[in-house]
Structure formats: C-alpha cells, structure tokens
Write a protein that binds this ligand. Structure first.
Ligand code: SF4
Length: 439
C-alpha cells in the first residue's frame, strides 16, 4: 500500500460539522498529510456527514458510493472514511452494508483520526470507531484548518440536553459538554495571531455554555477582551436560554455583533408544545421586544419548520403572523421529516401531506423574501462597517464583505482591502445582498 498522504474532507451539514472537519484537517496535517482539491488525487477521503435531514443523509451516502468507483478503478490504495452524525448513529450497519468503507468514525472519535487511519493502513482491515456518546471529548487546543479567509469558527459546547421532539442532535452528539474557557481563549488567540479578525462561537445551544461557573455571558466578556479580535458572533441560541442578563452583556460588549439567531420553529403554541421547545409564542415575541429595546439595530434571523405533525392551516397561519410581526432579517425554512429515535417520529404520525408541506413552505419563503427585502431596503443611505472578505463574483474591482448585522455587501474597492474594516454607504438592496460604495 502506498505511503502517500494526500487527503480531502467533504463536509455536509451544519457549522459544527465544518468545525470538526477543520479539527480533523489540522490533526492530519500535523501528521504529515497534505490537502488536495479533489477526490481523484486523494489517498484519504473523509465524508463528514449530517443526519439532521433525510436529504443530507442520502446525498452523503450517494457521494461515498460514487467515490468508491474512483477507488475501485483508479486508486485502489485509497482509504474511504465515513465520519459525523450518520457514522455515530448507524455506523455499524453502514460498515456492514458498504464493506468498501475502510473507516467509520463517530462524533466523539474523530479526534483520533490520524491514528485510526494509520491502523487501517497497517492492518488492511475495516475499523469502526464509535464511542459511547457520553464519553468526554478531549479536544484540547486544536490547530483547526478554517475554510474561510477572514472569519473563523470555534466550537465552545458540544451536544444538547433539550430533546426537542423532532431533533436528532442529542442522540448523535450526546449531552451538553462545554469546553474549558482557557482552551477556547487559547484557540481564539492563536486564530487571531494567524490573522482572523471575526470569530463565530459555535454550539447547538451556545447559551447553555457553562464550565465550572463560567457561563456564556462570562465567556463572551473574556473573548471580548482579546486584543486584535474585531468581531464576535455566535450560533445557535435557544430562545428559552436567552436571558435578560445575556442580552445586557451582548449589548455592552463592543466586539459582539448586533446579530442574533433565535430559532422560533413555529408560531403556534400547540405545535411548540409538541416540539418540546419549552417556550410560547408570547414569550418569544416578548424576547424579541427585549432584544430590540436593548439592541435597537439587532439583525435577527430564525429557523422555522413547516408541516410538523398535527400542524393545521390555523397553526401555520399563526407562524406566518409571527414572522410578519417580528420582521426577521432572514430565516432558514424547512419541511418536517421524521428522524429515527426522535420522540416526534415515534409518537406522532407524519400527517401533513407532502403537497401541503410544500405549499406552506412556498408561502413562508415568499413572506420572508418580502421581509428581508424590507429590512435591507431600510438600510439604503446608512453607513455600515464592513469586514471585507473576498473579491466579488463579477470580477473587476468588486469586493464582498459583511456588515455587523451579517449582511453581504458588494462594492468596488482595492483587493488590498480584503481582511480590513471599511465604511460603506448602502446604495441599493436586494433580499440577500446589499450594494454600496466606500465612504
Ligand atoms: S435545542 Fe432542540 S433543536 Fe436545537 S439541537 Fe437541541 S434538541 Fe436539537
């Protein structure tokens, strides 16, 4: 078997998976592996999977099956690895069904990736490494390979204790486990030294962060004091854990962006209860008022599921009404699909017909596009601080950057501005992009 060490990681799913892929990449590179751009050149292909929705799961399995053709016909020494949530959840079954997969690594064992790959190479046998999901994750201060040139992601808490009835996360990522603040701060300091200026703190529920008495607000205060760091964002916040103290802390810290992602999921109390979200629409609306009273410019985004079991037209209209009333800056919208193990899949019949789910999703998206456009048009004429990220797709002098409210802005400028803060006057607005000129 060849000793060549080229690798590629294909990542599906959320930012947490992106981060885990970055950790694996950093570990592999520390062990002499080098990244390549496509599977045809790779000695190791890792498919880091997500099982939150059926579509993502099918895509990942389809992809690894296709890559096996390359392995079979052109690169027989290639090691094929399945990682992430699907591996954690159904790794044993998949390993048996697809014997061409050399390595299956769960959401706790990916930190051992270099050693596991070496074991596969040495033995030539298939290895399945899936620890008990309660096993502590020893991350230390990893050297992550970030996919973005300016902003870097740092996971602060793994897992979730909430058991929303539709969600698979507690089953594949385990219970909440906060990383020590010293390790998080050391990792961010190292990223800032590498030139990253914006940090996104990640977790299924960042507000639940707690390590020996340091809560999320306390962590934000510490991160805010890091020299050379300009901006802090975080995802995801659970509305029930977004306390007045946390809102106060966010408002008082200069580096924390005025940008909150607060998944509402539904505007109907009946559905929220079935989802086990532990808040009501009234609570959520009050929370938005509290946020806006203290952080008037806050850009608020959300997640919404349509077609949850038992959702009637009236329930859905309550969601539309809430979306209209809040006026979200953006929303990630999904059709409900049952996921194995979850309470919703075991106890509720998936009784909203697909055609109705699709029709509701369409109406919701149309409303949100109108809202996003309204929000963005309100910024025309304002001056925004923009962190310049890259050249625009149109080429020429066009640059793309992000406002503190997480809106993409296109404007003309010099490439030397990439990675810097500039002030941009907004001149035009579309639902997903602003246009402007440097002031
Ligand atoms: S808060 Fe609910 S939806 Fe979010 S990860 Fe936890 S269980 Fe899933």
């Amino acid at each position: 078997m060849t000793e060549d060490k080229s690798y590629i990681i294909i990542t599906y799913g959320c930012q947490m998976n992106d981060y885990d892929s970055g950790v694996m990449a950093g570990l592999l590179e520390a062990h002499g592996w080098r990244r390549v751009e496509n599977e045809e050149e790779a000695d190791l292909v890792i498919v880091n999977t997500c099982s939150v929705r059926t579509g993502a799961e099918q895509r990942a399995i389809g992809r690894i099956t296709n890559i096996n053709r390359i392995k079979k016909w052109r690169r027989p020494g290639m090691i094929l690895c399945l990682a992430g949530c699907i591996a954690q959840q159904r790794g044993e079954e998949i390993a048996t069904r697809f014997p061409f997969i050399d390595l299956v690594v769960g959401t706790r064992d990916f930190v051992n990736i270099p050693h596991l790959v070496e074991q596969v190479r040495a033995s030539g046998n298939q290895i399945v490494a899936i620890s008990n999901i309660h096993h502590p994750l020893e991350l230390g201060v990893p050297h992550t390979i970030q996919k973005h040139p300016v902003r870097a992601e740092v996971t602060i808490i793994y897992g979730c204790n909430n058991f929303c009835s539709y969600c698979i996360v507690p089953y594949v990522r385990g219970r909440e486990q906060s990383r020590p603040p010293e390790e998080i701060l050391a990792e961010i300091n190292s990223l800032v030294e590498q030139g990253y200026r914006e940090i996104i703190l990640l977790g299924q529920n960042v507000n639940a962060y707690n390590y020996n008495g340091v809560d999320f607000a306390g962590l934000l205060v510490r991160v805010n004091s890091i020299d050379g760091l300009w901006r802090i964002r975080f995802v995801t916040s659970h509305p029930k854990d977004t306390t007045p103290h946390l809102i106060e802390t966010i408002a008082s810290l200069d580096k924390v962006c005025e940008n909150l992602h607060l998944p509402v999921q539904s505007g109907s109390n009946k559905i929220l209860k079935r989802m086990n979200r532990k808040y009501t629409r009234e609570y959520y609306l009050e929370l938005i008022e509290r946020v806006r009273a203290r952080i008037p410019d806050a850009a608020i985004s959300t997640d919404i599921i349509v077609g949850f079991p038992g959702e009637t037209e009236d329930d859905f209209e309550q969601t539309l009404e809430l979306v209209e009333r809040v006026g979200f800056d953006s929303a990630f919208t999904f059709m409900y699909t049952p996921r194995p193990y979850t309470k919703a899949s075991l106890e509720f019949e998936d009784d909203v017909p697909l055609a109705i789910k699709k029709e509701r999703l369409k109406r919701l998206i149309e409303l949100q596009i109108e809202n996003s456009l309204k929000k963005n048009r309100a910024l025309i004429g304002t001056k925004q601080e923009v962190l310049v990220e890259k050249s625009g797709r149109k080429g020429g002098n066009q640059l793309l950057g992000r406002t503190r409210g997480d809106k993409i802005v296109a404007f003309d400028g010099e490439k030397t501005m990439i990675g810097k803060l500039v002030n941009v006057k907004i001149t035009d607005a579309f639902p997903h992009t602003l246009f402007g000129e440097i002031t």
